[in-house]
Design a protein around this ligand. Structure first.
Ligand code: UD1
Ligand code: CA
Length: 453
């Protein structure tokens, strides 16, 4: 099948007012990726090489966004929203280039399965002119019904145009269609707008093709393939289904999720086998975890690279650029940003490490802060291999601590410390014998005098 050329047309000219948002509907995200980008990914996974994106008038935001998730896609503008067939024809110039297979998908139906697309393409390869991906549901209201005669698909009837008998049909149009490229324009150009909505329905090509004696086929896929998102409740439903799928995939690939329903992945999370993820962990975009890591409860991780056998959390926050090398440890209430934590280094408690490198085996004491920002610019802190940073130290960047350097706790370090040196950056302690008692007596007498007067 890979030799067959394929164009995917993604319709995304919907208004989406029910999202109550300034953001176009199909740019709302699932697992951190715009829903239309999920559709693009599915098309690519099904071997579709070319992409046409049909967008609404003035959708500059869509164009800009598409550059990121579909840089190769050609955008076509549907000036007026006259129906799904009309929308597909906005991409006429692309269709005219001549493809074996044409897939039509909706930008607001993000959970389509590449396998359903591949199955539809296979039917085209076997000679079908039109393939409709259907699904069965107990509650078909709102969907186009698949009308079959003698086991053959002959038409799709939209809900508003259905007879009472037809409304009882539970086999519905999921919205995904595959059309043989050599028939596509001929079929689409015959679509009229004589229906309850007065729209040019893509679904009408089924009846047109059947009437011409062309082979029309319905395949069946799961309901998710048809789940269209029209409001934020449906967006959350799609997110939920997506997360369930991803958790299962992670577990089947060797990751332990102790409470899977409390772990949230991003569209691009990479996580290796034998990693254990405790409950309530959030993965933002750009996280890569090798094998055998432990991610303890309530950690929030984005843009971080975590090597094998690292230990993270509980309550750790890893921000973009956090780069934990083998067996590094970042413990509770620590934040790490744009910093390398080299092999076996430990950042265990209540610490902020930003714009830094921590050498192998170094130990960062509780409450250490890299002071990386002066309100205008960011500066770098370099901590050498095997260094020891005493608790509650402030390292005022730019500054470097040499290999094996030792920082007394409570220090404010403003000057670099050479290898193996000991640095104090705090006032020397004074102890005054008996002074504590004297002070207490003075204060209590003063308080008593105030009460009387
Ligand atoms: C459509 C199908 C219906 C199917 C259902 C599945 C048609 C006529 N009907 O109905 O059989 O059961 O999807 O969810 O195809 N769009 C444009 N330009 C337009 C019109 C629509 O880009 O002029 C886009 C929309 O943004 C949307 C998609 O096409 O992403 C579907 O359009 P919509 O009006 O939502 O169709 P449905 O009534 O849901
Ligand atoms: Ca819809």
């Amino acid at each position: 099948m890979s030799q067959r050329t394929c164009l995917s047309i993604i319709l995304a000219a919907g208004e989406g007012t029910r999202m109550k948002s300034v953001v176009p509907k199909v740019l709302h995200t699932i697992a951190g990726l715009p829903m239309v980008a999920h559709v693009v990914k599915a098309a690519e996974a099904a071997g579709s090489g070319e992409l046409a994106l049909v967008i609404g008038h003035g959708a500059d935001e869509m164009r800009k966004a598409a550059l990121k998730f579909a840089p190769k896609a050609e955008a076509f503008v549907q000036e007026k929203r006259l129906g799904t067939a009309h929308a597909v024809l906005a991409a006429r110039a692309a269709i005219s280039k001549g493809y074996d297979d044409i897939l039509v998908m909706f930008g607001d139906t993000p959970l389509i399965d590449p396998e359903a697309l591949a199955a539809a393409r296979l039917k085209l390869a076997e000679g079908a002119a039109v393939v409709v991906v259907g699904f069965r549901t107990e509650n078909p209201s709102g969907y186009g019904r698949l009308i079959e005669k003698a086991g053959k698909l002959v038409a799709i009837r939209e809900e508003k145009d259905c007879s009472d008998e037809e409304k009882k049909i539970t086999f519905c149009n999921g919205g995904l269609m595959a059309v043989a490229g050599r028939h596509a324009l001929n079929l689409l150009d015959q679509v009229g707008s004589k229906n309850a909505k007065g729209e040019y329905y893509l679904t009408d090509i089924v009846e047109i093709a059947a009437a011409q004696g062309l082979d029309v086929v319905a395949t069946e896929a799961s309901f998710e393939n048809a789940l269209g998102i029209n409001n934020r409740a449906e967006l959350a439903q799609a997110e939920d289904i997506w997360q369930q799928r991803r958790r299962r995939e992670a577990m089947l690939s060797g990751v332990t999720l102790i409470a899977p329903e409390t772990v949230f992945f991003s569209h691009d999370t990479e996580i290796g086998a034998d990693t254990i993820v405790e409950p309530n962990v959030w993965f933002g975009p750009g996280v890569k975890i090798a094998t055998g890591a432990k991610i303890h409860a309530f950690s929030h991780i984005e843009g971080a690279t975590i090597a094998s056998n690292c230990d993270v959390g509980p309550f750790a926050r890893l921000r973009p650029g956090a780069d934990l090398r083998t067996k590094a440890k970042v413990g509770n209430f620590c934040e790490v940003k744009q910093a390398i934590v080299e092999e076996g280094a430990k950042v265990n408690h209540l610490t902020y490490i930003g714009d830094a490198r921590i050498g192998a085996g170094a130990n960062i004491g509780a409450g250490t802060i890299t002071c990386n920002y002066d309100g205008y610019s960011k500066f770098f802190t370099d901590i050498g291999e095997g260094a020891f940073i005493g608790s509650n130290s402030s390292l005022v960047a730019p500054v470097s601590i040499g290999k094996g350097g030792y920082i007394a706790s409570g220090s404010v370090i403003t000057e670099s410390v050479p290898d193996d040196a000991l640095a104090f950056g705090r006032a020397r302690q004074r102890t005054l014998p008996g002074k504590g008692k004297e002070l207490r007596e003075r204060f209590s007498q003063a308080a008593a005098a105030r009460k009387k007067g």
